[in-house]
Write a protein that binds this ligand. Sequence first.
Ligand code: SDX
Length: 393
Amino acid sequence: EFDAFTYDPGFTSTASCRSDITFIDGDQGTLLYRGYPIEQLAEHSNFLEVSYLLLYGNLPQKAELENFTDSITRHTMVNESLKNFFNGFHYNAHPMAMLTAVVGSLSAFYHDSIDINDPASRDLCAQRIIAKMPTIAGAAFKHFVGEPFVYPKNHLSYSANLLNMLFSRPSEEYKISPVAEKALDQLLILHADHEQNASTSTVRLAGSTGTNPFAAMSAGCAALWGPAHGGANEAVLRMLEEIGDVRNVAKFIEKAKDKDDPFRLMGFGHRVYKNYDPRATIIRDTCHEVLQEMGMENDPQLELAVKLEEIALKDDYFVERKLYPNVDFYSGLIYRALGIPMSFFTVLFALGRTPGWVAQWMEMVADPEQRIGRPRQIYTGAAKRDYVPVDKR
Ligand code: SDX
């Protein structure tokens, strides 16, 4: 057993902040949300209960969970005028471009009613953001596929509502598969927070200026989009498509090892985990279950991913560098099986990460010691010199 209060990861001097929310031990492959192991939350909890835990620090009592769930449910609608915003995008605009823009645009509706120094106002912002992300994601999807927007339905669970807003049509109601609802809810839990990753640090830095939380979350979406971060789940599927056949796996493993080749094994490696990402273990098992349930157990992409993992984990280059599958390696295969197009995978990562971003923002703005973030640099530029007029240069 470790004692989190004496555990020194050895980098306290460069740590960007202190936080009570999420603990990672990269060597052990440990991930705790407010002290609870991710494995237990993924098995026993649900996304809104985990969101409450991240925001408020403890698992809710039954009544607290019911009130929180009810409040989230009642904030799922977005201003009708946002339809005009969506209609301004070209039909094939990248969904992360739409999400980043529209999340930031929520500032236009609420910025004059937010008091980030008032806990009740912070709570309302938190619940509005968590509630509206699926509605915005659903609207982006419908714009992308050229179908009419589907409004949230209050009788559905958070994940069922998301699936319905993605796939329901006026011509036919979407039959929500319990397997899909459970798998999606678990994926959202597994993505909910991850300490000071790039997008969460971006939210904290933006929020530390006192800007409104909607603008800070939009900055988080922008950072998450990158293929080295949340964009990796989409990049994994594109990589599997490029590899194409199990017989090509060895060739691509060699490409990934070649320093002169920009190709990297997407979904492999991590800034912190030097062991198996605990989320990847859970997602891999869920991936097999979901594809089995959907009669896709012989899916060639799954076979390719399993073969890639098998070969890489025996290869000295990956073993020596402690490169293991991360959260993004198998998640895209599940999203694809649920009918979600590749370009939407990172949108779902953002939906999952939202309670983490919001919890970290709340923790930061509530801290009386908090000051504006101001990273410093190591200057490597020119020494001081005098100006020379252009005709004398
Ligand atoms: C996420 O921070 C978080 O918590 C992020 C995240 C979250 O929940 O928020 O966990 C989500 O972003 C997961 C990561 C998703 N990205 C990918 O899967 C993209 C592929 N992975 C690589 O780009 C890379 O592993 C990074 C970006 C994730 C980490 O990059 P680092 O910090 O450079 O990795 P490293 O220091 O461990 O690298 C050590 C060595 C280097 O080679 P050498 O200079 O020692 O010879 O391993 C090499 C790297 O070049 N390496 C890889 C590799 N990842 C690292 N070589 C081939 N393929 C890879 N995927």
